[in-house]
Design a protein. Sequence first.
Length: 491
Amino acid sequence: MRRGLRQVKLIQNYIDGKFVPGKRQFADVNPADGSVIAQVTEADRDMVDAAVQAARKAYRGEWGRWGIRERAAWLYKIADAIEARFDCFVAAEVADTGKPVALASRLDVPRAAANFRVFADLIKTTGLESFQTETPDGKNALNYAVRKPLGVVGIITPWNLPLLLLTWKVAPALACGNTVAVKPSEETPATATLLAEAMQHAGIPDGVYNVVHGFGPNSAGEFLTQHPDVNAVTFTGESQTGAAIMKTVAASVKPVSFELGGKNAAIVFADCDFEETVSGIGEAVFLNSGQVCLCAERVYVERVIFDRFVEVLKCKAESLHIGSPLDKTTELGPLISAQHREKVLSYYRLAREEGAVSVSGGGIPEFGNSLDNGFYVQPTIYTGLKESARCVKEEIFGPVCHIAPFDTEEEAVHMANDTKYGLAASIWTTNLKRGHRVAQQMNVGITWVNCWFLRDLRTPFGGAGLSGIGREGGLHSLNFYSELNNICIRL
Ligand code: NAD
Ligand code: 6OH
């Protein structure tokens, strides 16, 4: 090989059980140092069509005909195949996202395997409604529902937890007997493609799982949502993108499930377990460099402990180990891209313009090595903003929070709910009565008390307001990914 012409990996589309290149390519960049790690081949409209047709064929074939126990057995095989390639998945996720290797090993990849196992278990054990209906003549009728697949499901996912969020949708879709065409984020194409390899090795029939790469508008994402043969669209990403997708799918009236953005609040009462709370809020603000839709960007702290809380969270932020994602002790990696870093830094500047007091961070860390070419920002804490400030209202999606004091429970509840989003909230108190009371007043899809991002995959997951439409998780996923046919029999 000539010097300077390093061979770069090619990430291809996966259609009908085969890896196929597209005509155009784009670069897959490692956010930790800005290096190009792969070229990705973009699917054009014809390739998206081929993926949907392959999925349709597989749906009409054995996958659509198999019974629940057979499909569940395949899902367990997929989970095993992910675990058999655990290190490859971790390495690919870390290279694509820049997330710390410790995080990908503890969260992303284990959750991918768990997603398949949980929905395999659920589809085997979940019953359906039946009602004995009384009629005036006394003969009565029996109503019972049966679950049928929708057909071909289009799945569009973001870059922050690429494999976790993809499999969170692929697993229940397949469990219910659908086939899928997925469009992973252009920033993180690797693990969806590795999953194709895992499925191929596990022997999943061709066409059941298809991957098309590319962007959103006028690219693979839009082509997929426009496709008349896609029966439902499930999407995780920004609220604005959700609005665009909704417009596109409206033309053909497809079911949609949207998991969108958040501007989540944490409420810290003076009676909290202080150490546990600081540690929990530290996770809620800084995990994955704040790039989790559930992260807390607004922290409300009861005034009597406000100064102490700010000081201790500042120490926590400043002691986080920022560094190479490959270092096992790294706690904070880079942001996903130069463009996203510019967005986050623009909010750091805006916070100052809006009159924030800078408690910690606000800039770019320096390393003196190749990481200086990466897309890092400092973990950042502000206080002193008005509740109407844009930095308090808009999702930033970085390792940053604003901390504001409150005096009464009512005030805290009001401030937490004063947002167009409604994804998640966390309440920190040792008074359980208060925990229940406040939790039940949160206008969100998920409220944690004395914890954050503690997940049971059987529970409803989703958001209110700008944070989404519908719920996935457990039975809610099974219901979204299937059509219920109620049968009424005159007895
Ligand atoms: P994004 O909306 O920019 O992109 C998500 C996906 O949509 C990508 O695959 C993209 O190519 C595709 N896309 C973009 N425009 C499209 C269009 N017009 N038609 C079809 N597809 C299109 O989101 P992102 O920047 O990748 O992810 C970050 C956002 O996702 C944040 O707002 C975050 O809060 C949100 N998010 C929400 C959840 C949740 O569960 N609620 C989970 C993770 C991320
Ligand atoms: C958003 O960034 C995180 C979403 C998490 C889930 O969808 C989940 O199932 O844990």
